[in-house]
Ligand binder design. Structure first.
Ligand SMILES: [Zn+2]
Length: 418
């Protein structure tokens, strides 16, 4: 397979004009190098040596700087748009030179991620396109993506949002793997990848997979963001968040810790946050630790709640946290229960599983999914089962807090001094 990266670099960059108005956005320097040069180095590192630049406004500067790519050990080709075509509009013109499967980068983003893992995910899911998604700390004014339990994209929810919307905090980071056949869905003329091409692919029942990752990817489209990403490049944060480096996590129980414990919570409107929980999670987010929920939900086995209803409950939790700028990197739940014999139960979930706490299954799965450093991680819960699960998963320390007590989680997180 020809390993190819297509870089969309036709944007005008008006919002960042105060920093540099006479160069294309992707050539804006970050710590002494054009932003897109980091992308080329990343691609090279993962063996993607064929780069195709889609250029427009002031694109000759990109061409002059990178030439045929020899100096970077890659082969670079260019397609020059006569007029702005949107992020996808020009792709049909280069169909002949596209690989069967290729990465799409936007030239104005700073990122560092494990390209091999994302491509593997795309192939394993047999998707037509795979979108890199992540939670953020302002989901209420971001375009959102809805997925099913298997990580397949069901819907795009564009802002502005209905204030009653309860959503999963999952935002498109503008980084894709795409099969060539997607190009056939691009209409003539201007076309935006997010607003037009992807919804069209969904309508045509093409499979779009959600690759959810906490690796670093940010655009630098405003002076504020430019300053922010520059600091992150200089401090080494951008590189450090690549999946190949282990990261620590704070594992959190749900009921009684983040949301108010009520017996067998199984309706959306029953979920309320405990005071201080959002602030606690926001502190974890800022510390660089992953925030991961691990929760026993036997309401599924007892048939009090369907998977869809549980998803809605979690959407409400994520929405309420999002309003306070806090986000969860992931939620793991155990739907099982070992005791059979209730008339209404779902027998297939009445099993003695490996995920129900006090067993460490959910923590171990998360450790594998996110490459977590367990020896530097913590578990916070309100029951002995939580503590046992943390200990069995060999976390650094497991902390017991009191059920439903305002600020108990916040105080516990503060004490960790992450
Ligand atoms: Zn289980």
């Amino acid at each position: 397979m020809q390993a190819q990266v297509v870089i969309i670099a036709g944007g005008k960059g008006t919002r960042i004009a105060s920093i540099a108005s006479d160069i294309p956005k992707s050539m804006i320097p970050i710590a002494g190098k054009p932003v897109v040069e980091y992308q080329i180095e990343l691609a090279k590192r993962y063996g993607y040596k064929n780069i195709l630049f889609m250029i427009g406004h002031l694109g000759d500067q990109i061409k002059r700087y990178f030439g045929n790519g020899e100096k970077w050990g890659v082969n670079i080709e260019y397609y020059l748009e006569d007029a702005p075509m949107g992020t996808a509009g020009a792709l049909p013109f280069v169909k002949e030179i596209l690989a069967e499967t290729f990465f799409v980068f936007y030239g104005d983003t700073i990122m560092d991620f494990d390209m091999t893992e994302m491509m593997k995910f795309h192939v394993e899911h047999e998707a037509s396109a795979t979108l890199f998604l992540h939670p953020n700390d302002h989901p209420y004014d971001s375009d959102l993506v809805e997925t099913d339990f298997n990580g397949i994209i069901k819907k795009f929810i564009f802002k502005p949002h209905d204030e009653l919307l309860m959503y999963r905090n999952l935002v498109n980071a503008a980084l894709y793997v795409m099969d060539k056949k997607c190009i056939d869905y691009i209409p003539e003329g201007k076309c935006a990848m997010e607003k037009e091409l992807f919804p069209r692919l969904l309508d045509a029942n093409e499979k779009l997979a959600a690759y959810v990752s906490p690796e670093y990817i940010k655009d630098m489209g405003t002076p504020d963001r430019w300053e922010h990403v520059t600091a992150d490049v200089v401090s080494g944060k951008v590189k450090r968040l690549n999946r190949k480096y282990k990261r620590p996590a704070v594992f959190l129980d749900r009921d009684g810790v983040i949301s108010k414990e009520i017996d067998l919570l199984h309706k959306v409107e029953q979920l309320e946050l405990i005071d201080g929980a959002a602030d606690a999670i926001s502190l974890i987010n800022k510390s660089g630790y992953l925030a991961i929920v691990v929760t026993n939900q036997p309401v599924i086995a007892r048939n009090l709640c369907s998977f869809e209803e549980l998803q809605n409950i979690h959407n409400r939790m994520e929405t309420l946290l999002g309003e306070k700028h806090a986000y969860l990197d992931s939620i793991y739940f155990c739907p099982h229960h070992p005791d059979k014999g209730y008339p209404e139960e779902r027998v297939e979930y009445k099993i003695d599983c490996n995920c129900r706490k006090p067993k460490p299954g959910m923590l171990l799965k998360a450790a594998e999914d996110f490459n977590i450093d367990m020896s530097e991680s913590f578990m916070i819960g309100d029951r002995p089962q939580d503590i046992q699960a943390g200990n069995s998963a060999n976390v650094k320390s497991s902390i017991l807090i009191e059920t439903n007590v305002p600020n108990a989680l916040l105080n516990a997180v503060k004490e960790l001094a992450l």
